[in-house]
Design a binder for this molecule. Structure first.
Ligand SMILES: O=C(NO)c1ccc(Cn2ccc3ccc(C(=O)NO)cc32)cc1
Ligand SMILES: [Zn+2]
Length: 662
């Protein structure tokens, strides 16, 4: 299934008709440069083009009042004077004779996207629309928004498709207060928004945009606000919030549909956001959301005013929706102090609603809302806003082969995958090395020899970007590891992240030079000595504690992996991993976000049944949903927290509380 792209140039045919400095950033060119970038990069051609439609009155009335709709319907016939008066009642928005029509198309585009995804015509998609929607309310326009496109889409999905749970992720830099108000008491819609707040000094300057607005009545816990109290937030800050706040709750909520208020004013260069996160971060944010709801994800454009970073961010998002692995994240730092404070506050506020946060620390003792108007605050005036420059995101060339499989004879190679031949011509150099280090005088020497040298061949093709990912079903995964990992780490100058799932002694001693980071996920305490580069994660009852496992992946393994930033990931399914298939596929899919998708999966013979589903993960297909999660086993929560406590000195992306930052 493909990716829908919805765009219609009619939505470029309205603009500001009078002088208003606050409104002049919202221009038609926003849509034009975004669409043109998709066309120029060849991404538009890879998408399924879906036409817009006009939202009907009934669609709009899912969120807005009759009076408001009737009032907006009169605007096309107003004089300029009347229109300016009409805007004054709302403030922070402008009207145009054609804006009502465009607002019905923007909302209709979101509905077309929901239809395309819910009927299975496409897997996911993006709608490039204006006017945006997330600020508009039941009875009022606000912040350039006329109808709340995404809120209408959520109500529509519930009504028409019986969707039980909708997750709305609002990564725009402004708080979508319109969405918050719409679903405040509704536990079937989880609204997550991060937004520039600066202790209520930033537009729309609402008290209810702070972290303590959690929803009300039955909706308590289903509204999550993450305030940015400083500008210049970076990729690390955004990833920390996803790993330690949004994703754990999102997996526990287990949505049937994910809607994204995809505003790109949170990207570097934007005059409104004044943040420093680079456009490629949206590839990771998209990727991290794509394994929820079986991949049913609808992204709808909101803000974004720097035409360069907007176009780049839109391309990064769409290319990831198409299944291409995200680019390696540029040198990540840890989250800044302000981020960790906000994270700490939100996690402790939501601890009572979400079992994944049960172990979250109490509200910090010091008063986090101290308006630390330190010197730099005053420097935020006009003259100090230096122009940000950033490198164009790296070309995400997708290797000709997305997945190469090394399989024993008799096992069929799944569709879309390339079968790596067991190499006949053995490289004598490699043969000697293998004979010395790995092969015993076992009887199947020749067989083992050819398999292992084909493995090395496969890794070398990945190194040369001829192959994106690989999968090998072998007799003995330990031997395979002993052959591949040292070769990859030394010969190919890689940083190799090795993830062993299952019990059993890992056959590799990890040196302290940092070229290999080994994480073992098993349900037995490890006897190995602890070290910075060997991390044993003990999860009792492995598979049965699915929520314990996924929480360990999201808030321990992923932050480690992103900070380590490997050029190759080796995922080993030890013999008795005891992991259920859906958990294994979530792990495989999530890890594809690292090393630009260069992942080699080693599976023990006997797991034939898992080959095809794993291969589809490597091809970019989203993993099946895990289903609603129950509370994780307390002892697993404990062991993961103990591990985090030990590791956070070395790994900054593991920080979740203000004390952590030291
Ligand atoms: O992109 C966005 N949302 O996603 C977004 C939303 C709102 C604004 C700010 N804005 C837009 C018109 C306007 C008028 C006055 C003020 C003002 O500050 N008055 O005090 C602010 C205003 C910028 C961007
Ligand atoms: Zn915005």
């Amino acid at each position: 299934m493909g990716t829908a792209l919805i765009y219609d140039e009619e939505m470029t045919r309205y603009k500001l008709l009078w002088v208003d400095p606050s409104c002049k950033i919202e221009v038609p060119e926003r849509l034009i440069v975004s669409y043109e970038a998709l066309v120029k990069s060849g991404l538009a051609d890879r998408c399924v083009s879906v036409p817009v439609r006009e939202a009907t009155d009934a669609d709009i009335l899912l969120v807005h009042s009759e009076e408001y709709l009737q009032a907006v319907k009169t605007t096309p016939f107003m004089t300029l004077e009347e229109m300016q008066d009409f805007c004054a009642q709302y403030g922070d928005v402008y009207f145009h004779p054609n804006i009502y029509h465009c607002a019905t198309l923007a909302a209709g585009a979101a509905l077309q996207l929901v239809d395309s995804v819910m009927t299975g015509k496409v897997r996911n998609g993006m709608a490039l629309v204006r006017p945006p929607g997330h600020h508009s309310m039941h009875n009022a326009a606000s912040g350039f928004c006329i109808f709340n496109n995404v809120a209408i889409a959520a109500q529509y999905a519930k009504q028409k498709y019986g969707v039980k749970r909708v997750l709305i992720v609002d990564w725009d830099i402004h708080h979508g207060q319109g969405v918050q108000y719409c679903f405040e008491d509704d536990p079937s819609v989880l609204y997550f928004s991060w937004h520039r707040y600066e202790h209520q000094k930033f537009w729309p300057k609402l008290r209810e945009s702070d972290f303590d607005s959690v929803g009300k009545e039955k909706g308590a816990g289903f509204n999550i606000n993450l305030p940015w109290n400083k500008v210049d937030m970076q990729n690390s800050d955004y990833l920390s919030i996803f790993h330690h706040l949004l994703l754990p709750i999102a997996y526990e909520f287990c949505p049937d549909l994910v809607l994204v208020c995809a505003g790109f004013d949170s990207a570097i260069g934007d005059p409104e956001g004044e943040m420093c996160a680079t456009p490629d971060i949206f590839a990771h944010l998209t990727h991290l959301l794509m394994n929820l709801a079986g991949g049913k994800l609808c992204a709808v454009l909101e803000g974004g005013y720097n035409l360069t970073s907007l176009a780049q961010s839109v391309c990064q998002t769409v290319q990831t929706l198409l299944g291409d692995p995200p680019p390696r994240p540029a040198n990540l730092d840890g989250p800044c102090q302000s981020t960790v404070e906000s994270l700490h506050c939100v996690r402790s506020t939501h601890r009572q609603y979400w079992s994944c946060l049960k172990h979250a620390a109490d509200l910090p003792t010091f008063d986090v809302s101290t308006k630390d108007l330190s010197l730099d605050e005053s420097l935020n005036s006009e003259e100090s806003k230096e122009e940000h420059v950033w490198p164009e995101p790296p070309k995400r060339l997708t290797p000709a082969i997305r997945a190469a499989l090394l399989l024993p004879d008799g096992i069929t190679c799944p569709d879309g995958c390339y079968r790596q031949s067991v190499s006949e011509c053995l490289d004598p150099l490699i043969v000697t090395k293998l004979k010395e280090n790995i092969l015993t005088d076992s009887e199947d020497d020749s067989n083992a020899l050819s398999t292992l040298s084909s493995l090395i061949d496969l890794v070398e093709k990945m190194e040369k970007d001829e192959v994106c990912s690989g999968l090998a079903l072998v007799h003995d995964v330990s031997k395979a590891m002993k052959c591949v990992v040292p070769h990859a780490a030394s010969a190919l100058k890689n940083r190799v992240l090795v993830i062993c799932v299952g019990d059993g002694k890992v056959p590799i001693h990890v040196s302290e030079d940092g070229k290999v980071l080994m994480v073992q996920l098993s349900n037995k305490e490890s006897q190995e000595p602890e070290s910075r580069y060997f991390i044993p994660v003990c999860l009792k009852k492995g598979c049965s504690d699915v929520s314990g496992f996924i929480q360990a992946i999201l808030s321990l393994l992923l932050p480690l992996g992103y900070e380590y930033d490997p050029s190759l990931v080796v995922l080993v399914q030890m013999s008795d991993s005891g992991l259920c298939e859906s958990m294994w596929l979530q792990l495989t899919s999530l890890l594809r976000g690292l090393a630009q998708g260069h992942m080699l999966v080693l599976m023990q013979k006997g797991n034939e049944a898992c080959v095809s589903p794993t291969a589809s993960s490597l091809l970019g297909d989203p993993a099946p949903s895990l289903g609603p999660l129950v509370a994780p086993l307390p002892e697993n929560v404990e062991s993961v927290e103990m591990l985090r406590h030990r590791l956070k000195a070395d790994w900054k992306l593991l920080q979740t509380t203000a004390q952590d930052i030291g």
